[in-house]
Design a protein around this ligand. Structure first.
Ligand SMILES: Cc1cc2nc3c(=O)[nH]c(=O)nc-3n(C[C@H](O)[C@H](O)[C@H](O)COP(=O)(O)O)c2cc1C
Length: 130
């Protein structure tokens, strides 16, 4: 198969991740993906929308191995802008609209957060969502 290009959609049930995102200031909804291997080639950071219970929200998503973490693991996850609800157990669809960068290994969580702040600015810009 040739290179896959955005946009594409991945759906699944929201499960609890490491709960680290909350501490970092960027809580994420992590998808339960029994066959995650099929998404490995899509690794990267994206501007994305999230559909849940027939409402659609803008956000930013990561598909990747999370090399910065002490225990890296492959996940598909999304931070929804200005959203603070418990959606564990809900079925959501993430639509990956624009790939903004490669996933990177940072030397500290502080550096990762500084990059995520830039990602947020870029993705909000993509949506014209101040
Ligand atoms: C927009 C965005 C960009 C991310 N970029 C990276 C990255 O470049 N490198 C990395 O190791 N993890 C990256 N992550 C994953 C974070 O490490 C992860 O969200 C955080 O550890 C919280 O995970 P948890 O929900 O399992 O607690 C990114 C996550 C998001 C939402």
């Amino acid at each position: 198969m040739g290179p896959m290009t955005a946009p594409f959609t991945i759906s699944g049930t929201v499960i609890k991740g490491n709960q680290l995102g909350r501490k970092l200031g960027y809580p994420t909804a992590n998808l339960d993906l029994p066959d995650a291997g099929q998404f490995h080639h899509l690794t990267g950071v994206y501007a994305a929308t999230v559909e849940l219970e027939s409402a659609i929200f803008p956000g930013m998503a990561n598909i990747g191995f999370r090399p910065t973490l002490e225990k890296p693991s492959f996940t598909v996850e999304v931070n929804i802008f200005d959203f603070n609800e418990d959606i564990y157990g809900q079925n959501i669809s993430i639509r990956f609209l624009e790939r903004i960068r490669d996933e990177l290994r940072f030397n500290s969580l502080d550096e990762l957060v500084r990059q995520m702040e830039k990602d947020e600015v870029e993705c909000r810009g993509f949506f014209h969502f101040p």
